[in-house]
Design a protein around this ligand. Sequence first.
Ligand code: ZN
Length: 433
Amino acid sequence: MIKTHPYVKSLMQFMDASPCNFLAVQSMKDILIANGFTERRLDDKLAWKVGDKFFITKNDSALFAFKLGKKKPDETGFKIIAAHSDSPCFRIKPHAEMHGEGGIVRLNTEVYGGPILYTWFDRPLSIAGRVIIKGKDALHPKTMLIKIDRPLMSISHLAIHFNRAVNDGNKLSKQTDMLPIIAKVNDKLESENMLLKLVASELKIKIDEILDFDLMLYDTEKACLFGLNNEFISCGRLDDLSMAHAGITAIIEAKDDKATCVTAIFDNEETGSGTKQGAGSPVLANILLRLTVASGGNYDAFSRAIAKSFMISADNAHAFHPNYASKYDPTNHPALGDGPCIKINANCKYMSDAHSAAIFRSLCEAAGQPFQYFVNHSDVAGGSTLGNILTGQMDIEGVDVGNPLLAMHSARETASVADHIAMIEVMKKFFDK
Ligand code: ZN
């Protein structure tokens, strides 16, 4: 039954189509367009049209979807769901090919964010991202997305026979231990510019059209369910693409026709949100201000709209891991499958407070869904997320939440299928009348 649940099927398809931030944004665009949303550009003049459904992207890696309400923003405020598109991975450096002994070619890579390095060993990996090609002039290059489906490389581990102590702890160098092997080449001519030749042939363009690229490695094994009752999902990038999928699904199904509903998917959360497409930038605040102005309001109306707004910042939490019980808070350790988590931190790393947590709890109860609290063990420093960073741009009330996840930042993370369905139901309730 779980396998055929429409939210589970669409999550699995979404994950497989979204091996990196750029492809995730493309997948979200495809889903939104198929559901009646249209695309606007950031440099378009924004109009206020009741019931209008549209989205805007930034840098091809962040996406903001809107469903305009019957009432103006200063009458109802905005209802906002936020998540992020990026995940820890390896990025290919310029001049990446490293030719070595016996014609073995490796690619030079750089680590993005904080992956658990050794989970990336010995997997069939391939390439996804964006390629920038020549346009009509120097200031207007064009962008093409790329996703090579077949396995192309592997980061092979050292055999245990060379390091018998490997299972006692094995420090890894990002520069020397983590380089993927991509080819065995005997012909020097054939081996020159291998990567660009591959990209050009995949995109059916000429190699000298390529100006630059943002290319990432990804695990070619598809998302799968596991467990006696198919209760778990195993896939890379569930942090935070599962929450992005939930937020997009919720706005498609939003029934609120009075307030304006917003799903905001930022990039670069894993590196601190400090880019123009990250939660630390004014990108969302600016669009909301422009929408308020388009509705006939001024800056005062925008400030009043923000004062009435609420945001659900959705980024995954840590599920209780039975092998590591001592790492968890003694009374608040969310279990896989027991529902969405409200994230609490006394030092305000999360935007949740008793008032905003109470609102999310009430939404869960109204939706008939369970909920849990996530609080760090007091001796363990937790991660940060979107909510607090966004409040640097808008003094908006909100709550940090997320579904519990095992092995966060592993090449394959584990989440609960029931929690995913529950989170979508709660988000739908937030976007309900
Ligand atoms: Zn995250």
